[in-house]
Design a protein around this ligand. Structure first.
Ligand code: GCU
Length: 634
């Protein structure tokens, strides 16, 4: 009796939280970044990616001396001094570094690719480059790094400009007044080391890839500029726009949103915070974005002194009972999971657009997929824009992964900032339909409170998408029948349930029993298999038996699991683990792994394994069936 009462209370609480969040729909939270810089790559300025020098600093000598005091002259690696020149002038001076004459590397890209010695380096690395600029009066300047893993400190011309924690979201630092006429020096200290309070914690099942892994740019904008514009189709048939102006004259600005192809224009005036909310009925001729028709519109946001261009697809996503509805129509998510790691034998998380296109094309055209789980952290903005363009639905997530310190306020703040940075950067991306707040986290009261806070933040920042989390299940044996129970208390707070399930790979269940597992439908919500998978070394075939790490075993595992999935009436999608073999220091079998997690359907060089064709055939069947796949109950 008691559990039923507890469940009722939690459902009532969840409903109350949903209502609260809906009423509290807001444009920003305290955890929101000061500067969002929507569509930053479209802005004027200077792309600072390319050749940088690097200097390794495992004992952080560039920051503090041997007794823990601040680093002194000759150690301050952020000092833009020309060491060679300085020591010619004062031969008595001692410098034990020289950023100008240090080795060079091309950024973005993790330091694992700079030299073989750095393959497993974890610690502080300094990067430096000079650039020539002529700042203009009345303009403002920002340094933006799309991702630096895990913490970063930025110095411009020897002055500390700003810092950031988190390896997968952008940060934008106001450096107006620090940019010099002529030569400038930018030096960045990136530290890959994570603590138990980090997000993610030190132990994950993927390569850290420390360093600056996405673009760096100097951005030039008007003194009062359009910092953020979020334009979307609402579930009640409106085009809504939320705009935020940044600058001394942010209040009282005349703001216009135009979608020329729809002959749609909205106008308003910014309030004292520089914000304005606009909405109008969506035109009948609006072509809704979908995987089959990934229609993007040019959107122009303008004020008297600034114009911001965006490419936006308009669609709705919602849940109705156990269905996921895209533009009001039930859909089955034919997906696969993917890490941010390019094809090749020595990846460095340098995910260029062409690298991303190669991988997403395998999903869309090779697997006949319409969905990708971008695991386990926010991927690059260019990958999301590509998903918009190609027509792939996206699950986006923050790395709240495994053993998070649920009792740490610092950890919660870090996770909340990551969620906000992720959503502010990407909420114009039609491809994203799901925000996930966690992956395989152990259930506890502290964890539930932590995740409910994250869920509440997501609801406040974005009432147009669905919320999920990758959960674990509990299994029982009843009359010789294996039952998979989804009874994580978090289910009451999610729109879409998701579980990682590995029967037939982890545990002792024989492969031929997998198809018979039963999945009771206890929640009346749609379910996604956010992970299932088995490993295979491409090219390994054992002639005598179907054994683990052979392509035949992986293929049979997929057949069995797909067979099981066809009997689950509330299953509305899947993103098997994983598209491509990926680097993981935890995986060290000397024959089959050697530092790679081999659950990919592709090898690290893109060679398709037998299981690739099993999944492709299954998705092609679902696609050909036309309507959303609904399992037969008989
Ligand atoms: C887990 C986890 C993944 C991991 C996978 C595996 O489900 O979410 O990050 O790589 O299992 O064991 O391969």
């Amino acid at each position: 009796m008691l559990p039923a009462i507890i469940r009722l209370i939690s459902v009532v609480w969840a409903t109350f939280a949903l209502i609260q969040a809906a009423e509290a729909q807001t444009f920003r939270l305290d955890s929101s970044p000061d500067v969002v810089m929507t569509n930053a790559s479209s802005r004027d300025g200077l792309n600072l990616s390319g050749g940088w020098t690097w200097s390794v600093d495992p004992y952080r000598d560039g920051l503090q001396g041997f007794h823990g005091t601040a680093a002194g002259k000759g150690h301050q690696r952020f000092d833009p001094v020309d060491v060679d020149e300085a020591t010619r002038k004062n031969p008595g001076d001692l410098y034990e570094y020289d950023m100008r004459r240090a080795d060079k590397a091309t950024l973005p890209g993790s330091w694992v690719s700079h030299t073989p010695e750095l393959r497993y380096y974890q610690g502080l690395m300094w990067y430096a480059r000079d650039f020539h600029y002529s700042p203009k009066p009345g303009k403002r300047y920002f340094l933006r790094i799309e991702a630096a893993n895990y913490t970063a400190r930025v110095y411009l011309n020897g002055t500390f400009a700003g810092a950031h924690e988190g390896g997968f979201t952008p940060f934008t630092i106001d450096v107006t007044g620090l940019v010099l006429e002529g030569e400038n020096s930018i030096i960045v200290g990136v530290d890959s080391v994570r603590t138990d309070q980090s997000v993610p914690p030190p132990v994950t099942d993927w390569e850290t890839y420390g360093g600056i892994t996405r673009d760096i740019q100097l951005i030039e904008v008007p003194g009062t500029f359009i910092d953020e514009a979020w334009v979307r189709l609402t579930r009640d048939g409106n085009i809504a726009a939320s705009v935020r102006i940044n600058g001394n004259a942010c209040a009282g600005q005349a703001v216009e949103i135009a979608v020329p192809e729809l002959e749609l224009t909205m106008r308003g005036t910014s309030d004292e915070r520089g914000q304005v909310e606009l909405r109008t009925t969506a035109p009948h001729k609006l072509a809704k974005w979908s995987p089959e028709n990934p229609k993007l519109y040019d959107v122009v946001v303008s004020t008297a002194v600034d114009r911001l261009h965006e490419r936006i697809g308009f669609r709705t996503i919602e849940v109705k009972d156990e269905d996921i509805l895209l533009n009001g129509k039930s859909i089955f998510l034919r997906g696969i999971s993917m890490h941010e790691e390019e094809l090749g034998t020595s990846p460095a998380r340098a995910m260029s657009e062409s690298s991303a296109r190669a991988l997403l094309s395998e999903i869309k055209y090779g697997l006949h997929g319409n969905f990708v789980r971008l695991a386990h952290y926010p991927h690059s903005e260019s990958t999301l824009r590509l998903a918009d363009e190609m027509g792939l639905l996206v699950w986006s997530e923050v790395p709240v992964y495994w053993l998070i310190d649920w009792d740490s306020g610092e950890t919660l703040d870090t996770a909340r900032s990551m969620i906000a940075e992720n959503i502010h950067r990407d909420r114009n991306r039609a491809s994203i339909i799901l925000w996930s707040v966690a992956n395989e986290t152990p259930v506890s009261d502290a964890r539930n409170r932590f995740l409910q806070t994250l869920i509440s933040d997501v609801r406040a920042l974005d009432d147009t998408r669905l919320i999920t989390a990758a959960l674990l299940t509990r299994q029982t044996e009843e009359n010789g029948q294996t039952i998979a129970h989804i009874d994580d208390p978090l289910t009451d707070f999610l729109d879409v349930l998701a579980v990682n399930t590995y029967n037939g790979w982890y545990g002792d269940m024989p492969l031929d029993a997998v198809h018979d597992i039963k999945w009771p439908d206890d929640h009346g919500k749609p379910l996604i298999f956010s992970e299932f998978g088995a490993a295979a070394l491409a090219g390994f075939h054992d002639p005598e038996l179907i054994r683990k790490f052979s392509e035949e075993y992986q293929a049979e595992y997929y057949r069995q699991t797909l067979d099981m999935s066809s009997n689950i009436t509330f299953l509305r999608g899947m993103s098997p683990w994983i598209l491509k073999d990926f680097r993981s220091p935890r995986r060290q079998h000397p024959i089959y792994q050697r530092g790679w997690n081999r659950k990919g359907l592709l090898s690290e060089t893109g060679r398709r394994k037998e299981a690739f064709n099993v999944l492709a055939a299954h998705y092609k069947m679902l696609e050909a069936s036309g309507i959303a796949h609904r399992a037969t109950t008989d």
